[in-house]
Design a protein around this ligand. Structure first.
Ligand SMILES: [Zn+2]
Length: 294
């Protein structure tokens, strides 16, 4: 149980909600929101089962998810190319690479890719996705601690909200980067319209999410790790009508699931599979490792 805010040291930490049995507090001075106390390792291990990062392979739903993830990856890579253009052959590392869809798209654009992934099942899938290009290592960020200063880009999508100590984690990412290298972070945001609209029913309130950042707190957390020149961007994800439909088939909601099923039967197929942009619940932050910290 933390008695002070890990970001600013503030001691006023009123509870804002409870997720399952886990209290979520918000620091009164910096507004960082976090689970306190954090779930035990055993409780988290139960949540992160074999199918946590993966959908069943070879199914129609898996194809739909893969297509959406690759479209999202392309959007992220366009953003990196715009904010921090990198020479071909630049080393890119993704912490928490899941099934490897982001790395695949990055390799296609000329990055020399490395993925680190905790789940051995997901590692196997990522290696298959990459088809022999790049490297996938099983473990956590410490797995690559000896490769400090080698990377131009470090990517972490939907990861930082899961770690027990974001300050330590970001410092490790900082050390992996060469001077001028960038970190790319996608995470849920308590500033998002869905968080404001849904309040305690926000879909990102999950037992395994230990930190809930905002535009302000993620910037402050990045600066605390030594990063500079951070820019914030809308947390765009690419979805298709079929993706949304598959989600509501898996988690049926009265009224919505049958309506979507009907609509699916009426709509032309190309329309159902075409990805479109949605800004729902997240933010993206990109920050640079400066030449010399003062
Ligand atoms: Zn604070």
């Amino acid at each position: 149980m933390l008695s002070a805010c890990p970001l600013c040291g503030g001691r006023a930490l009123p509870r804002v909600t409870t997720v399952g049995t886990h209290p979520v507090v918000r620091c009164r001075s910096c507004r960082l929101q976090f689970t306190n106390p954090q779930p035990t390792d055993a409780a988290l291990a139960e949540i992160y089962g074999p199918d946590y990062v993966l959908a069943a392979d070879g199914t129609a739903a898996a194809d739909i998810i893969t297509r959406a993830k690759r479209a999202t990856a392309d959007h992220y890579l366009d953003l990196i190319a715009r904010v921090a253009p990198m020479a071909p052959g630049t080393r890119l590392i993704e912490i928490g690479c899941g099934a490897g869809n982001f790395l695949r798209q990055a390799a296609r654009r000329g990055f020399d890719v490395t993925g680190v992934e905790y789940s051995p099942f997901a590692c196997d899938r990522a290696r298959a996705t990459l088809g022999g290009t790049g490297r996938v290592l099983q473990g956590e960020i410490d797995e690559v601690a000896s490769e400090g200063g080698r990377y131009g880009v470090c990517v972490m999508c939907d990861v930082i909200e899961h770690v027990r100590d974001p300050a330590v984690f970001l410092r490790k990412a900082f050390n992996l980067l060469q001077t001028g290298g960038v970190v790319f972070i996608a995470t849920p945001s308590i500033d998002s319209w869905s968080a404001r609209l849904l309040g305690r029913r926000w879909m990102e309130l999950k037992a395994e999410h230990l930190f809930y950042f905002s535009r302000r707190t993620i910037t402050r957390q990045l600066e605390a790790a030594g990063f500079a020149a951070s820019t914030l961007h809308p947390g765009v994800k690419k979805l298709s009508f079929d993706y949304i439909n598959a989600h509501f088939e898996k988690y049926p909601v009265t009224g919505i699931t049958p309506a979507l099923r009907l609509l699916r039967a009426l709509l032309p197929v190309p329309w159902c599979v075409r990805p479109f942009s949605v800004v729902a619940s997240g933010l993206i932050a990109v920050a640079r490792k400066p030449a010399e910290s003062a």
